[in-house]
Write a protein that binds this ligand. Structure first.
Ligand code: KIV
Length: 271
């Protein structure tokens, strides 16, 4: 059973205070009990149960195939581990776009069945009605602008977004509208640092960047990428804090070798 949000140390209110004090916010993805427990112990402020699980956990090319049942499963696993951080769950593709009633049903399912603290939704003016309806039920919403991977087939590329003036202008307008609607924070993905600075300064809610530069109020990375578990993904914004691909490989190879040679198990490893 989860600890429940009432015992949560990090709340949406606390995040707002952190922005006001100029205290940077740390956010990382997690999708399972074991790693969420370690992330919590490390002192992270926000855990995102990201739909990037579609990529790093399930091996899909895009985030589109992951289902609401799969997101709830990941979120429940994380919630069983976590005491301090705020837990935000991505609303998966197809559960909120174009149908505000369906959006409310999806968000309520996620919150009821996972007992997480908030949901995240990709997009601006196009999904505003859904955002507003969900907020009206009392569910905290985190926005997500810039590169929005659920729209990859519209963009056609994972390149930096909002380099052109018109797109930058729309992004600022969307960010302001999301804040006005009542979102408690916004993720900005893969946009120029100067634009992210402008947005962070214009908003009173926290702006969390991924590939959006140093002026954001906080940073988020995908756990598998920052651990170096995924050695085929090397965007410029990614700082690796380990080479876990090599560590795993070494451990697995040693195990195979020990089993084959009869070295494992030895006398002290048997009953
Ligand atoms: O799904 C995810 O991991 C995300 C982050 C990239 C912000 O949305």
């Amino acid at each position: 059973m989860s600890t429940g949000s009432t015992t949560r140390v990090i709340t949406t209110h606390k995040l707002l205070e952190m922005k006001q004090k100029g205290e940077k916010i740390s956010m990382l993805t997690a999708y399972d009990y074991t790693s969420a427990k370690i992330v919590d112990e490390a002192g992270i402020d926000i855990i995102l149960v990201g739909d990037s699980a579609a990529n790093v956990m399930a091996g899909h090319e895009t985030t589109l195939p992951i289902t609401i049942d799969q997101m709830i499963y990941h979120a429940q696993s994380v919630m069983r581990a976590v005491k301090n951080p705020l837990v935000v769950v991505d609303m998966p593709f197809g559960t909120y776009q174009g149908n505000p009633k369906e959006a409310v049903r999806s968000a309520i399912r996620i919150m009821k069945e996972s007992e997480a603290d908030a949901v995240k939704m990709e997009g601006g003016s196009e999904i505003m009605e859904s955002v507003e309806r969900i907020l009206s039920t009392g569910i905290p919403v985190m926005g997500h602008l810039g590169l929005t991977p659920q729209s990859i087939h519209k963009f056609g590329t994972y390149a930096v977004r909002a380099k052109e003036e018109a797109e930058a202008k729309k992004l600022i307008e969307d960010a302001i509208a999301l804040e006005k609607a009542g979102c408690f924070a916004i993720v900005l993905e893969k946009i120029p640092a100067v634009l992210a600075k402008q947005v962070s300064e214009a908003l009173s809610i926290p702006v969390i960047g991924i590939g959006a530069g140093k002026y954001c109020d906080g940073q988020v990375l995908v756990m598998h990428d920052m651990l170096g578990l995924n050695n085929s993904f090397s965007p410029r914004f990614l700082r690796r804090y380990g080479n876990m691909y090599e560590e795993y490989l070494k451990a697995f190879r040693n195990y195979v070798e020990d089993v084959k040679s009869g070295d494992f198990p030895n006398e002290s490893e048997q009953y």
